[in-house]
Design a binder for this molecule. Structure first.
Ligand code: NDP
Length: 291
């Protein structure tokens, strides 16, 4: 079995690295805050490692906030990387930055796949993520058995950068649906409709989405507000979506307005709040709770 390394034990990386070890891949883990890697080693049976040791692995995973941190680690590990290995970046990253990273790594004989994931922390814990992979078909096929430890639906979507482009569009749609449902529900509450009743009807009708089926009932209506995916990260994804649109020569007013809306929400609510907390801004404007 290939030796695996995992860089970045955040909300997503921590459970993903655990599942790799559990599937029988000996997994080295590295995290900026080293204590978390030591905790991971004792909780999941992985091995806490230096960046230099991690660079020796056959398959190197990264799951970091943005492509900037990925590029930084590639630069630090560059002297220790070896030809024939594969770098699999599960960050929700930037297609253009990934193409630059891939070119840089190819000089060392290291292949690169952008492999962002969807399914949230629950999907990461259960190993049921959707993985959208950009890169060469041959590298994809080589790494697929390893990806099966973290994901259920694993799809090769195009050349390097295609995975990140698709992820950015997906998350822009998540952002649209979440915000739009928040506006609609706040208006219904003001009409005297119980949001639980409204959601039950919408979810048996054509306006439903992941936001109405899961996010709003579980996080907003309950006032539970679990923090699993930061508003700052979702806003970053919508920003990458804007770059994807820039390359498309296409008027896209709804998606572009969504970026403005989330920048405003991030500013008012804070980047470290959960993404669903964006709806607190709508509640503030409406003077009512969606509950
Ligand atoms: P977290 O904020 O929970 O974790 C971020 C990780 O990156 C931590 O391990 C952190 O280390 C590390 N890190 C931050 N800055 C640096 C740096 N400068 N150098 C090295 N390491 C750094 O993020 P998530 O796990 O939620 O997200 C990771 C990626 O996955 C993002 O691109 C996000 O958009 C995406 N994603 C998130 C989902 C979610 O539901 N949370 C779902 C799907 C994708 P430290 O512990 O030291 O802070």
């Amino acid at each position: 079995k290939p030796k695996v390394a995992f860089l970045g034990l955040g909300a997503m990386g921590y459970p993903m690295a655990c599942n790799l070890q559990r599937a029988g891949f000996p997994t080295l883990v590295w995290n900026r805050t080293a204590k978390k890697a030591e905790e991971h080693a004792s909780a999941c049976g992985t091995t806490a490692a230096s960046l230099e040791a991690a660079a020796m692995a056959d398959v190197i995973f990264s799951c970091l906030p943005t492509s900037a941190e990925v590029a930084e680690l590639v630069a630090r590990m560059r002297p220790h990387l070896h030809s024939g290995s594969v770098w699999v970046d599960c960050t929700s990253g930037d297609p253009e930055a990934s193409r630059r990273i891939a070119r840089d790594l190819s000089e060392l004989g290291v292949a690169f796949l952008d492999a962002p994931v969807s399914g949230g922390t629950t999907g990461a814990e259960e190993g049921t993520l959707t993985v959208m992979v950009g890169g060469s078909e041959e590298t994809f096929e080589r790494v697929r058995p390893v990806l099966e430890a973290v994901g259920r639906k694993i799809v090769h979507v195009g050349p390097v950068g295609a995975g990140h482009a698709l992820k950015a569009v997906n998350n822009t749609l998540l952002a649209v649906n979440l915000w739009a449902a928040g506006e609609g529900l706040a208006a219904l509450v003001k009409q005297g409709v119980d949001p639980r009743v409204a959601l039950a009807v919408i979810n048996a009708s054509s306006g439903r989405s992941n936001a109405t089926e899961n996010l709003i009932p579980e996080r907003v209506v309950t006032r539970a507000w679990p923090n699993t995916f930061k508003l700052g990260l979702l806003t970053k994804d919508v920003g990458i979506g804007m770059k994807v649109l820039d390359g498309a020569d296409l008027p896209a007013p709804v998606l572009r307005l969504t970026y403005e809306v989330y920048q405003m929400a991030k500013r008012e609510i804070g980047p470290d709040a959960d993404h669903a907390e964006a709806l607190k801004l709508i509640e503030r404007w409406a003077g009512t709770e969606i509950s």
